[in-house]
Design a protein around this ligand. Structure first.
Ligand code: R7I
Ligand code: MG
Ligand code: MG
Length: 349
């Protein structure tokens, strides 16, 4: 049936939180046999375990900051967003943050800091981080802005508060654009979805800094486009093994090795897959499949969960899964408020 736009918004943020909470179990595993994944997931249906048993990590913690900031400022305000990241980290530093980004978050807490983009620029010898920490929290940008140009611009700036390497912030742009297209129902035509992302990223990666960074890091000239072409190839192969997906797309903590992978998980799970229960809907398949890849499972499942949730909508997400995850209810409320912001007439529109 038809999925309403509000349902898509709610599905996006709740799907992201679920991916983070549920994926945390296997973070760092090499790959995970399907029966272990399914055992973990069937445990969520056990009503005796109590509510919110699975805690969220930095992915959700920072995504909450992004949502709250966009809502209270009715748009992007780098000072406000930076302050929220710093405050969240100081209140709950044990959420599993990347080992480099904590230095940025400590510097962002300083009241003397005038340029909030500066601490990120000092990371990793001055080139900035290419980790997936910008991408993991990018979904709310697609829920706050209608125009693709705004989604691009602000997801990039929002990521640059911690990730100043183009591979880091372009991963965030790609993730936000994927959620943007999914909210519009574009996943009904998977080929069109991937082709649109490729042409968007061709424009994004033409940028001089992106060209320079990919050269310095010994990568293909248009690294995200190259990965998205591999996603297309794997889709066409229709039956790619877990090992092939890991070796061709990656499952790591770098944005380049996880954002295209998350997109693949969503596309691959649009239809029933061997090894996954027949009663599973697409969102359940997507999260299960993301976990089976191992590696950075919380983040890959979080990003795939956002894209898939925007496609299938909130009604496709099992209640028991939602009850098991800390922060799912709040994410649902934030999505509803972002829906109103998205439809607000703003002067620049
Ligand atoms: O990107 P970031 O916020 O980490 C996010 C990840 C997610 O999986 C979360 O769930 C959480 O587990 O962490 O944090 P960063 O510290 O900026 O980057 C993550 C890691 O990527 C770093 O600790 C480095 O190991 C690696 N990395 C780099 N290594 C070498 N050179 C990132 N950028 C570089 C680099 O330029
Ligand atoms: Mg995490
Ligand atoms: Mg992670």
């Amino acid at each position: 049936g038809q999925v309403s736009t509000l349902s898509r918004f709610r599905g996006a943020l709740v799907g992201a939180v679920l991916g983070d909470c549920i994926g945390g179990e296997f973070e760092g595993a090499e790959d995970v046999p399907f029966d272990r994944v399914l055992q973990h997931l069937s445990g969520l249906e056990d009503d005796t375990r109590g509510d919110g048993i699975l805690q969220y990590s930095d992915d959700t913690a920072m995504m909450r900051c992004v949502s709250h900031s966009l809502l209270t400022r009715t748009g992007f305000d780098e000072q406000d967003m930076a302050r929220r990241f710093a405050k969240e980290y100081s209140l709950a530093p044990g959420r599993g943050y990347g080992s480099g980004v904590v230095q940025v978050l400590r510097k962002l807490a300083s009241p003397q800091l005038s340029d909030v983009f500066q601490p990120a620029q000092a990371q990793f010898g001055g080139r900035g981080s290419f980790g997936n920490g910008g991408a993991m929290r990018a979904a709310p940008f697609a829920l706050a802005f209608k125009n693709a140009a705004d989604v691009r611009r602000y997801s990039r700036l929002g990521a640059m508060l911690t990730h100043s390497c183009s591979l880091g912030y372009n991963g965030a742009v790609l993730q936000a654009l994927a959620v943007h297209l999914s909210l519009q129902g574009t996943l009904a035509l998977p080929q069109e979805f991937i082709n649109k992302l490729i042409s968007e990223m061709e424009a994004v990666e033409k940028d001089e800094t992106a060209q320079r960074d990919s050269k310095a890091l010994n990568l293909a000239e248009f690294p995200y486009c190259a990965r998205l072409h591999k996603v297309k190839e794997l889709m066409e192969r229709n039956g790619a093994s877990i090992e092939e997906v890991i070796s061709e797309l990656g499952n790591g903590i770098a944005a380049l090795e996880s954002v295209p992978t998350a997109i693949f998980c969503v596309l691959h799970c649009l239809e029933a897959r061997e090894g996954l229960p027949e009663h599973y809907g697409g969102l359940e398949r997507t999260i299960a499949y993301s976990l089976a890849l191992g590696g950075d499972t919380d983040t890959i499942a979080c990003m795939a969960g956002a894209i898939a949730g925007a496609h299938y909508g909130i009604l496709a997400i099992p209640q028991s899964w939602q009850r098991s995850c800390e922060g799912a209810e709040e994410a649902d409320q934030l999505a509803e408020r972002l829906y109103k912001l998205y439809h607000l007439e703003r002067p620049e529109d």
